[in-house]
Design a protein around this ligand. Sequence first.
Ligand SMILES: Cc1cc2nc3c(=O)[nH]c(=O)nc-3n(C[C@H](O)[C@H](O)[C@H](O)COP(=O)(O)OP(=O)(O)OC[C@H]3O[C@@H](n4cnc5c(N)ncnc54)[C@H](O)[C@@H]3O)c2cc1C
Length: 409
Amino acid sequence: MRNWDYVVIGAGIVGLATALQILRARPKAKICVVEKERAVAGHQTSHNSGVIHSGVYYKPDSVKARTCVEGSHLLTKFCVQHNIAVRTCGKIIVATHPVDLPRLDELERRGHANGVNGLRRISKDELRELEPHVHGHSGLLAPNTSIVDFAQVALAYAKEIREAGGEILLNTAVTALHTPSSHVVIETSKETLAAKTVINCAGLHSDRIARLAAGPKVTTHIIPFRGEYYLIKPQRADMVRHLIYPVPNPAFPFLGVHLTPKIDGSLEAGPNAVFATAREGYSKGIVNGKDCWECFKYSGFWRMLSRYWKTGLGEIHRSFSKRAFLIELQKLAPSLTLDDLHPGGAGVRAQVVMPNGTLCDDFLIRRDDNIIHVLNVPSPAATASLAIGSHIVNKVLDLDHINSVPEKL
Ligand SMILES: Cc1cc2nc3c(=O)[nH]c(=O)nc-3n(C[C@H](O)[C@H](O)[C@H](O)COP(=O)(O)OP(=O)(O)OC[C@H]3O[C@@H](n4cnc5c(N)ncnc54)[C@H](O)[C@@H]3O)c2cc1C
């Protein structure tokens, strides 16, 4: 059995950023990252919109707001240092209907409270001037929003971890966790490991890892939501210069279907948000019995359905009907046609749903003795990854000194 100071479960962008920040704080630490897939970044980290968010949306002083604003600066600096392409194209959140205006006011207030640089309101005329294909009554311009390939960022984190002496064990799934005394025993599909501290960054499976450690007392449940994209045909890929977003529904942490220029020069539209019948189901046909059963036996899932069934039905309709998806997009860009949209990729979000059926809004990171569980880190966690890593490091370093009471999961 090999002994480690720290074992991180999951080589997505959050697990890798955490391992990197631990090594920066404790260069002599013995650390390994355990990943079930054959390569790093195989799930949420490589199936997303690629936007380095500036921090407009999030409730001031929430962990999301603080880590997003700090993380976007840290990430941009990291990309410059590692020659990773980043393009600062800016983002405009567009009020397409007068009812959106008070919500846009609230986003502007939040953005200023969060310290988003350069944020400003733009009039209908300025919007038309900046984006002739976009329709709206008013807009909120966040000029410092950028785009990047997060999988490339994760690969660079992994390289730096290895260079600093950390190990990444691929093809190695964590199957059991035991806490005999002052350390944690981690059983994997390949070998048994022992660690002083474990950090659970298992993304779509982090609630299961928490249950491996603490059993049924863990009340946190992840519900997977697939986000599907269309690709705009190449001839129209330059129709917008900024990222174009609608004003989101404040009841949900999802941002609404948007137009996203990609770092490779293409233009994407999406993602929607539909219940996924498999945690790693990247297309409609994939059904995983265990994943579905775990959702169906969770009362919070049914409470969520009874709260939001109307929105859910709308999302399902848009998922099956290209025309319905187009109608949503045309609210932002009326000149788009069915012919402009080609099926694109998809990602699955790991979203914690609370027992009362609401969607957990903030990042959720909990400590239980010498295991730290990263349970809810959906968007903008890729942006915030390095700041989430530092946030965890502070907890990890605390663990070495303070014998505190475990928090309830
Ligand atoms: C559609 C979509 C769009 C998004 N857009 C953006 C965006 O524009 N900007 C932004 O900042 N964020 C965005 N996000 C969010 C962002 O992608 C995620 O927050 C982030 O990638 C989460 O990283 P992670 O490391 O927690 O999870 P993951 O990348 O899913 O990594 C978790 C890893 O844990 C591994 N694992 C799981 N179980 C085990 C086990 N038992 N043993 C070993 N390994 C295990 C998995 O194989 C996986 O590699 C988006 C997400 C989605 C789905």
